[in-house]
Unconditional design. Structure first.
Lengths: 112, 118
């Protein structure tokens, strides 16, 4: 089953612009993770934010988490053509051996 | 970082035959591995949780007799698609989490196996 929704489903921007993707989920979580997937390829882990954290940065990535609204956002600053990919949020309900449950994803196109 | 491999990376088989996909954690041990399926332009859907030494736990709507999972060791899980049909054509991805202390919550994903049933 899928945990929630990302929006927008598709996003097209010019190189250099910022891209913001949002994710909503339904249940309480232990942590939320963002992944990137290039077309037909495997997943690349981007960042993990725990339920007691509100914001996290990694390079050009900024993730926020609002547990009261059950939502998260991923901001990619100064986007590059190489950032073109699908981005998924995934949640973990409990620590330990519980699976990641993925959202529907956002397809990002960065135009050079 | 931790590496998960899958074999084969792609496979074409005829309708009615069975296909086995292997998922290995190369440099860590995992008591639990997860199998996902992804159709074109869609997200990953969890199929089952594979537990070393015990039966897999399947998600609702996934046929356990069609998708056989065996977790024979702490580094290997296999998914066998039995009597494959064209609608089983998909991208199958496994993941694993290290059992080692301090490993954290990150799940490591394999590169995926693209199955095409003709």
């Amino acid at each position: 089953s899928q945990q929630g929704e990302e929006d927008p489903q598709a996003l097209s921007i010019q190189e250099g612009e910022n891209a913001t993707m949002n994710c909503s989920y339904k249940t309480s979580i232990n942590n939320l993770q963002w992944y990137r997937q290039n077309s037909g390829r495997g997943l690349v882990h981007l960042i993990l934010i725990r339920s007691n954290e509100r914001e996290k940065h990694s390079g050009r990535l900024r993730v926020t988490l609002d547990t009261s609204k059950k939502s998260s956002s991923l901001l990619i600053t100064a986007s590059r053509a190489a950032d073109t990919a699908s981005y998924f949020c995934a949640t973990v309900r409990n620590s330990g051996n519980t699976p990641l449950v993925f959202g529907k994803g956002t397809r990002l196109s960065v135009i050079a | 970082g931790a590496v998960v491999s899958q074999h084969p990376s792609w496979v074409i088989c005829k309708s009615g035959t069975s296909v086995k996909i292997e998922c290995r954690s190369l440099d860590f041990q995992a008591t639990t591995m997860f199998w996902y399926r992804q159709f074109p332009k869609q997200s990953l859907m969890l199929m089952a949780t594979s537990n070393e030494g015990s039966k897999a736990t399947y998600e609702q709507g996934v046929e356990k007799d069609k998708f056989l999972i065996n977790h024979a060791s702490l580094t290997l899980s296999t998914l066998t698609v039995t009597s494959a049909h064209p609608e089983d054509s998909s991208f199958y991805i496994c993941s694993a989490r290290s059992i080692e202390a301090g490993a954290g919550d990150e799940q490591y994903f394999g590169p995926g196996t693209r199955l095409t049933v003709t």
